[in-house]
Write a protein that binds this ligand. Sequence first.
Ligand SMILES: [Zn+2]
Ligand SMILES: [Zn+2]
Length: 423
Amino acid sequence: MKNIGLIIVDEEHDSSYKQAEYPPKYHARDAAIVLAKECNCPVVLGSATPSIESMHNTNNGKYTLLELPERVDGAKLPKLVLVNTTEMKKKGEMENVFSKMLLSAIDERIKKNEGVILLQNRRGFATQVYCVECAHLEKCENCSVGMVYHIKSNNLKCHYCNAIKPMPKACSMCGSKNIKLFGTGTERVEDELQAYFPSAIIERIDSDTISEKGKLGETLNKFRDGEIDILVGTQMVSKGLDFPRVTLVGVISAESSLWMPDFRAEERTFQMLTQVSGRAGRSILPGEVMIQTCDSGHPLMKFIMNNDYHGFFARDVQSREFRNYPPFANLCLAETKDKDPRKASETLIDLYKEMFNYNRAVSILPPSAALLAKIKNEFRFQMLIKTSRSIDPSASILRDTIAHAYRVFRQKGKHKDVRIILI
Ligand SMILES: [Zn+2]
Ligand SMILES: [Zn+2]
């Protein structure tokens, strides 16, 4: 394209802008900024929940902050209700995964033919299948993860390698028939909801249901026209849907993405819950949002309930500065993968030593097995490599150190066929 005059990156915080899986690996938002610099044109990064990095850049004067304090059409912010599921359980106010409050709010909307969106960010029916007698968890043979029970196909699926096996009738370890299903996925939400509202039209949106081309658009059109009462889905339902008839948004378990060992876990959770809340009451009809969680005391919840982005940002950015994470540090995750765990681990340790001896300005968290230690029959080891922005503003020290270690490994590494992934 010639003569680019303006680049707009909408929902700039969205993590799907980052392509980390296959080369070329890049972040589309950052690429847009580089392109705009070359074309000498402005970039508009739009978001109701800007990424910590972008907001930080408005504070340090790199970007200019433009605010839109009013909602479109003068719509009012929805009313937010936090539902403490632990307390509700004690009081007998829970019906399976739903609080009675949420069920009666849904009932009210169905009677008025208003739309309802329910978010549960896990697909499948039960996220864990385990034996009560011996505590054996049904795991994938190729990956070190539990398999997820899918009720529609009545089988167990691995969400990492797509392996499928039949739902066992008895424990594969001790033979006991006392097998329990734990953890809630979108299928369970849909299934239980249908039992409470037998005449309601419920559709589910997750990667299991929308693989068919055109299916997503078709479902959304029906929902817009009022042919569907309730939409149940993963984070897909939090993104950009603008339907004036939606007056209730329910979150089944808000804490489910907080346990992730990722320095962006809180940011992602804040963005997802704030974004999904924004789907309610986008026009004249007032909206209501019910967020269920067993962790209602989590500091994040206060910011979500008060719709306080700036408060959330101040807390998160301070914690990142304290722990030396982006935007205060340059970060690279190095991963080695191999069918032989010894080779993968030795390679990573060799890289670690090479980097450590090359430049002491680089800090490296010691190599360890990845949280998901085996995926698709390959063992994974990881280490986090950092430099502080104060001494390495353009990340050239970080890049140079990694490039050096990589070069040495390719020349004289013990296991030349081990895969090295740098993200
Ligand atoms: Zn067992
Ligand atoms: Zn697997």
